[in-house]
Design a protein around this ligand. Structure first.
Ligand code: SF4
Ligand code: SF4
Length: 167
């Protein structure tokens, strides 16, 4: 697998921003009948080409949302009270009232290896990212439209879908 060149990805996104997002919205609004099956096939192909350990961009530039169960589980693992855990690392996002990381990169990312130091008990949002397996697939297209700017796997998924649908 090739090492992911994030600068190249950003450039590619900037050059094709409008057409990529237009394609995502159009597919969301007018999906092919077999979209969920198509997503399953494309997802398998994407993970044969992309290694998250050579990227970790989501952990570097985005924040997961933490559910109360995430906070309870992770703080217990660290031997902290949930209250102290929140005070140390999180803030309440105003729009949706979600708990988010105060800073990026994520405090749990090992920058040398790109590995998550709390992988087994990481937030559910991290475990689900980039949400390719969620169904119905169309419910997550607005998220792919946001993530495509940062996530090489999402970019590749959209490119492969464009190719399949000859869009
Ligand atoms: S999910 Fe996307 S952004 Fe995160 S590490 Fe994998 S390819 Fe990179
Ligand atoms: S908790 Fe782990 S997987 Fe989630 S953003 Fe932080 S380093 Fe990445």
């Amino acid at each position: 697998m090739e090492t992911i060149n994030l600068k190249k990805l950003k450039k590619k996104f900037d050059l094709n921003r409008r057409s990529l997002r237009y394609f995502i919205t159009r597919t969301e609004n007018n999906p092919p009948k077999n979209l969920d099956v198509l997503m399953e096939d494309i997802e398998k192909k994407v993970w044969k080409e992309v290694s998250c350990l050579s990227c970790a961009n989501c952990c570097k530039v985005m924040s997961p949302t933490y559910t109360n169960a995430d906070i309870k589980r992770i703080s217990a693992h660290l031997g902290m009270r949930p209250k102290d855990f929140k005070e140390k690392w999180l803030y309440r996002e105003k729009k949706d009232n979600d708990w988010m990381n105060r800073s990026q990169p994520c405090q749990f990312l090992d920058m040398k290896t790109n590995m998550c130091t709390i992988y087994e008990i990481r937030p559910a949002d991290c475990a689900d990212f980039p949400h390719f397996h969620k169904r119905p697939a169309t419910d997550y297209f607005y998220i792919h439209s946001q993530n495509i700017e940062y996530c090489p796997a999402t970019m590749l998924m959209v490119e492969k879908m464009k190719e399949k649908l000859k869009a």
